[in-house]
Design a protein around this ligand. Structure first.
Ligand code: MRU
Length: 346
């Protein structure tokens, strides 16, 4: 992604450190956070310095490299298992994290008893995951841009952009690619309470790319749909089940219901790492509950009634029946056809 004229990846590895674009500081400050231990990576995932399903997968993959570098020779396997569990516990909903961690862990363990080789392969494996993820997202852009026509008004939720992935984004890869092909369209950006990923991050990315957009509050979406001002909705996903149900940022389900009520196509863009073919249905997805202060406070200041509590599920589940299509690197697929992604299931 281009930020202030320079190419960046949201997650990278250099000189024995995991480098993260600090998403809590954007859009006002562009800062790179360097993690020197896997525990620091887990903390950065939990406090959302790095966020977005594919991006936390990439951060986790590199976290395993730090774990391999610091593991003791005597207890190497055990130390790797501890690191895997620790990183996995940082956030529960997005399956990309689990997929990335298991992939790198399996590659490391396959080298044993040669510990030096295991340490070397850790970085190779993590780089393979991140490069494949970036390429997957680029292809999502190529596939999805076909859906974007001149003069369209498109609504998106949360940040499914390059920041949320290694590069390109998912929903925003589609918009980025369409824009680069010269298409003219307008984006309605849900602000996305409570962490404001839309107002802060999606708006920032669209501005950097020169794409016309405006921020709306989450509760305005129905109004603009009713006024015929939205032609298409595109979101990302954090976990997509075998039956087409998927988890994404809280508020996605309401948007999908509204889109169906107004006959507006609702697309979900996602890389291979977001599909969980072992998860039968949405009810089986663990929804992360985050701290109540994210709702009651803004920038550390209490904005709600003192003494009232709040609820803060970070994600919701949208049934596959509300999805027009999943935009993937292999084409746009029907929610009832998810198993085509694993030929051995057919
Ligand atoms: O809590 P977040 O900001 O990590 O939630 C992110 C989302 O819900 C995104 O829409 C999703 O990860 C897809 S990003 C390509």
């Amino acid at each position: 992604m281009i930020i202030n004229g320079q190419e960046h990846r949201s997650v990278s590895f250099k000189d024995g450190k995991v480098l993260l674009i600090n998403q809590n500081k954007l859009p006002h400050t562009f800062e790179i956070t360097a993690c020197e231990s896997y525990q620091q990576v887990a903390a950065a995932i939990h406090d959302m310095t790095v966020r977005g399903a594919p991006a936390i997968g990439a951060a986790g993959a590199y976290g395993m490299v730090l774990a391999a570098m610091s593991a003791s020779d005597q207890n190497f396997s055990k130390d790797m298992e501890i690191a895997l569990a620790f990183l996995l516990a940082s956030r529960p909903t997005a399956v990309d994290l689990k997929n990335a961690l298991h992939q790198v862990h399996a590659d490391i363990i396959s080298c044993l008893p040669d510990i030096n080789k295991a340490k070397e392969i850790a970085l190779v494996s993590a780089e393979r995951f991140t490069d494949a993820s970036a390429e997957d997202c680029r292809l999502i852009g190529e596939v999805g841009q076909e859906l974007i026509k001149d003069e369209m008004n498109i609504l998106t939720h949360c940040n499914a952009g390059a920041l949320a992935t290694v590069d390109w984004g998912t929903a925003l890869a589609v918009l980025r690619m369409a824009h680069r092909k010269g298409k003219k369209f307008f984006v309605y950006v849900d602000e996305t309470r409570p962490r404001l990923q839309g107002a802060r991050l999606t708006a920032f990315e669209l501005q950097q790319e020169g794409i016309s957009h405006a921020i709306i509050t989450d509760s305005m979406a129905g109004h603009f749909m009713q006024q015929d001002r939205i032609d298409l909705v595109i979101t990302g996903a954090d976990r997509i089940c075998l039956n087409g149900d998927f988890a994404n940022k809280i508020g996605t389900y309401s948007l999908a219901v509204l889109a169906k009520a107004h006959n507006i196509p609702f697309y979900v863009a996602a890389p291979q790492s977001t599909f969980d073919l072992n998860c039968e249905k949405g009810n089986d997805i663990q929804i992360e509950e985050r701290s109540v202060e994210e709702i009651t406070h803004l920038n550390g200041k209490l904005i709600a009634n003192p003494g009232s509590t709040a609820f803060n599920p970070a994600f919701d589940v949208t049934p596959g029946a509300f999805v027009t299509g999943f935009i993937t690197c292999k084409g746009t697929i029907n929610p009832s056809d998810i198993r085509v992604l694993n030929p051995s299931m057919e």
